[in-house]
Design a protein around this ligand. Sequence first.
Ligand SMILES: Cc1cc2nc3c(=O)[nH]c(=O)nc-3n(C[C@H](O)[C@H](O)[C@H](O)COP(=O)(O)OP(=O)(O)OC[C@H]3O[C@@H](n4cnc5c(N)ncnc54)[C@H](O)[C@@H]3O)c2cc1C
Length: 452
Amino acid sequence: MIDQNRTIQIAGSGLVGSLLALRLLQRGFNVKVYESRPDMRKSSISAGRSINLALSHRGIQALKSAGLEKEILENAIKMEGRLIHDLEGNLTFQAYSSRPGEFINSISRRTLNVILMDAIEKIKPNAIQFNTQLKKINSQSGIAVLENELKQSEEFTFDLLIGTDGAASACRQYFMEQSARLHFNYSQVFQNYGYKELTIPPGPNNKFLLEKNALHIWPRGHFMMIALPNPDATFTATLFLPYHGSESFEVLKNEDQLVTFFNTHFKDAISLIPHLTQEFFQNPTGHLYTVKCSPWHDADKVLLMGDAAHAIIPFYGQGMNCGFEDVFIFDQLLDQNPDWNSICKSFSEIRKPNSDAIADLAEDNFIEMRDKVADPVFQRKRKLEMQLEKQFPEYYSKYAMVTFRPDISYYDAMIKGRKQDELLMNICASEKSEWTESELKEIYNKLVNLSL
Ligand SMILES: Cc1cc2nc3c(=O)[nH]c(=O)nc-3n(C[C@H](O)[C@H](O)[C@H](O)COP(=O)(O)OP(=O)(O)OC[C@H]3O[C@@H](n4cnc5c(N)ncnc54)[C@H](O)[C@@H]3O)c2cc1C
């Protein structure tokens, strides 16, 4: 049995830290959370980058274990597929799955975080100490340094400190400082892309101006825009654009250039974004990067989780889902291991190949979303996959395995999915776009017999 009397300190009360704190409190642990920002329920601060997120089955599974999936899904909007906008404004719908119940959900980051924080404080009022930033850790002495909003320092002694303090983690900095002792590996790879969030407001009578139940994509080769629906009938659009080059942030310097760019590439969207110029030039440009590191634990004293351990680019809609799955797996390990040392070690070892896999898949999917979704071979392949899923419900595409099958690890989904994709892309290289039942059976048999 693990020692129940340990106090678990958590740095960061974002999505992952909040769900983790909640699960640990539900299990009866003594938990304290330090969050650098003010309480978002009492102030008008933004909840952070990306206003809304796609929540799918891995994340839902973890929320279910905390008893919150129903409340959260009631606040979400289902997105049943991608709606592709071509240059002329023609629309093509690509469903995410042929099976019922397999869709993704647009949820507000703030709503999600607030529901989690409220649930924490129902069990332990004041469990979260806001305006308190973790500055430094010394694991040998088990002491960490915090700083409050008045820039005053405070020290606390910890038994186990879990860093869920996001992609720019201060906790991870400690691992960097201890890299020789811990054999800590670290890489951070920037994309040559930034992103800008823009708003599509509701139309007359609070109506959605675009199809509500879809994730909208304007694929334009080396750049793209997407839009996700919000419950107030707005859409949050995100433009992903290179920093440099002929179509990039560096050449969009004034309103004329911006409007010409949108009129050329997003003709059907420009009239839907009334504050385009103001938002484009005033909203911050977000950066996209992948962080891989290991190990994530220093014995049973310090552990990384969520984006602090594995920040990925957002093109599979899995960063938060993966972080929520971290919590789900950690929760299971608490029942399966005799002591904290083996829990932390197993967690780090089990999750690392999986977070690496989803990081790589997200990079592949960026190319797929901005470019391949508009490609005829890819479109035929998607059509073939839908027919296969309909005729053989036990067939799962790579996307469906990653998104709808938490029982298949990210790593296995990547290995199997890539082989399936290769076979299907070869089949779809020919112009053929209709398949008879017996042809589908033959293709299905080839998929089943792929050596893995
Ligand atoms: C544009 C974009 C779109 C995305 N879309 C999706 C999507 O559709 N689906 C999906 O699953 N994922 C998506 N993601 C990824 C998702 O946002 C992250 O994976 C998720 O927020 C990670 O949660 P986290 O709790 O680990 O980190 P964060 O959400 O970053 O939370 C970290 C928390 O720690 C606090 N903090 C930071 N430093 C300190 C410190 N030193 N001391 C104390 N507190 C600290 C922060 O204030 C914050 O509250 C997207 C990301 C981006 C950028």
